[in-house]
Design a protein around this ligand. Structure first.
Ligand code: ZN
Length: 266
């Protein structure tokens, strides 16, 4: 007999396989990100259907085979009805699950990531979309966006989730002192240098050979927003107003920092 495992999990994505199977990617409380097969789940008689779908929070049971995990039970805890029915909320949830799926590559239990995902789904579900996710615009036309990229999306929860995910994964950027000389940052011209792990003052930037690598201008308001995102909860972070040019700067830094981290990952 195979051992059975139980855990809570949020379904991130699904793809069809064969005639009636479906492979799910799920972020679970006990095992981190897993892939699990729903055998014959696309048949109308499948008892798994009611508990396994994208954006469901469910109690799962699976067995671990030699190569694959097979879903044996799925009981829904929360269907996040608003996320499923409100287009803006659906897009925000799609974006954060795409980011999570792209940046988390290992199957490993991670309480902090689990809590962040659960909370973020709660924030999206329970927020008034006009107030908390204002003028959500999806993806800027012309820019083909990869799943881990914000693509200048207007939903603040996406940036909040991304930077907190980086932070709990050990990639919190330096935002209070210069990453090179460690002196306190004064309001002046800053640079964001991924290989230095954060913000660099202009003296260090002009004295060091940093210009030959990857660097970006980072607006002082972008630095302030990131400080709030990483220090305060969504109650405060969600109320911040972000000007269009600052959002573009935030998006550019976010996407390029993620690119850099993905490329330099072991
Ligand atoms: Zn410096």
């Amino acid at each position: 007999m195979h051992q059975r495992y139980r855990t809570k999990g949020i379904f991130l994505k699904k793809r069809n396989q064969g005639e009636a199977d479906r492979i799910f990617t799920v972020f679970t409380e006990q095992f981190g990100k897993i892939e699990v097969a729903g055998r014959a789940i696309r048949k109308i008689t499948s008892k798994l259907r009611s508990g396994a779908d994208v954006f469901y929070l469910s109690e799962l049971e699976f067995i671990q085979g030699k190569h694959y995990k097979t879903l044996t039970d799925a009981v829904v805890i929360d269907r996040f009805r608003d996320i499923r029915e409100n287009h803006q909320k659906t897009e925000a949830a799609r974006k954060i699950t795409g980011i999570l799926d792209s940046l988390i590559t290992k199957e490993e239990k991670d309480d902090k990531v689990w809590q962040l995902l659960l909370e973020s789904f709660g924030f999206i579900e329970n927020s008034e979309s006009e107030k908390i996710l204002p003028d959500f615009g999806g993806i800027t036309a012309g820019k083909e966006s990869c799943s881990w990229q914000t693509g200048n999306c207007k939903s603040k929860i996406v940036y909040y989730f991304l930077w907190n995910l980086l932070s709990v994964s050990g990639y919190s950027p330096e935002l209070y002192k210069c990453s090179v000389c460690a002196s306190k940052l004064l309001p002046e011209t800053f640079f964001f240098v991924p290989q230095e792990g954060g913000v660099v003052c202009w003296q260090c930037f002009s004295n060091n050979d940093l210009k030959s690598g990857l660097w970006f201008n980072i607006h002082t308001d972008t630095v302030k927003i990131l400080r709030v995102y990483l220090k305060e909860g969504w109650d405060i972070a969600g109320k911040l107003r972000i000007a269009t040019d600052i959002r573009q700067n935030l998006s550019e830094i976010s996407d390029n920092y993620c690119d850099f981290l993905r490329e330099s990952a072991p």
